[in-house]
Design a protein around this ligand. Structure first.
Ligand code: FES
Length: 214
């Protein structure tokens, strides 16, 4: 398995006033998503993992990810069923900020059906608050949002930005639990895929859970 670690600066934010590129409206492949991420601005290391073989991806095989080297504030991306899946290890400060955002969100408790497994219908949308796992595809028209993990905000981001994800195609914002902000084009929270932890907590397997077995 190859890994790429990129240190990104924190000076830029995607400008939502730029003309919309129709080519970005549809998720066309992982390269698009990773390319968007590479050009984004975050203050944290970003780790991309290209784990399974092409054959395994095509078959929709579960993807096992070693999370022992993922540090607080770091995010890794793996490909599962042709889609980018993010695994973010949130810091204590990031976790503490999440409940305060509820009034700004469209579906803070993940009540809408179809995007959140039962085990992720909690304040952090995860099995373990520290680790957030989500499909990195916008619920509007399928672009891949850009991680904007640092608090502080920028052009196009909601007031009081505590870190999250910004979709450059039409300006939708999501918090660090993938919860969509109110009054943006995206109608729903980011999808949480089936996943589970290994018994010793060192690995996450994307694509399986108690309801989905390979
Ligand atoms: S695809 Fe339209 S806001 Fe994300």
């Amino acid at each position: 398995m190859s890994q790429i670690t990129t240190q990104l600066d924190d000076s830029g934010v995607v400008d939502p006033n730029q003309p919309t590129d129709p080519a970005r409206r549809t998720w066309v492949g992982v390269a698009c998503a990773f390319g968007g991420v590479a050009g984004a601005a975050t203050a944290v290391p970003f780790v991309s993992s290209f784990a399974p073989s092409e054959r395994a991806r095509a078959a929709g095989a579960p993807v096992e990810v070693d999370i022992t080297t993922l540090q607080p504030g770091e995010m890794t991306t793996v490909e599962w069923r042709g889609k980018p899946v993010w695994i973010l290890r949130r810091t204590e400060a990031q976790l503490a900020a999440l409940p305060k955002l509820d009034p700004q969100l469209a579906d803070p408790n993940s009540d809408r059906p179809g995007f959140t497994p039962a085990y992720a219908k909690n304040e952090y949308r995860s099995r373990n608050p520290e680790y957030f796992v989500a499909v990195g595809i916008c619920t509007h028209l399928g672009c891949s949002p850009t991680p904007q993990l640092a608090a502080g905000g920028g052009a196009g981001l909601p007031a009081g930005w505590q870190g999250g994800f910004f979709c450059p195609c039409h300006g939708s914002s999501f918090d660090l639990a993938g919860r969509v902000y109110a009054n943006v084009p995206a109608p729903d929270n980011l999808e949480v895929p089936p996943y589970e932890f290994s018994a010793d907590g060192t690995r996450i397997t994307v694509g399986v859970d108690e309801n989905n077995r390979a």
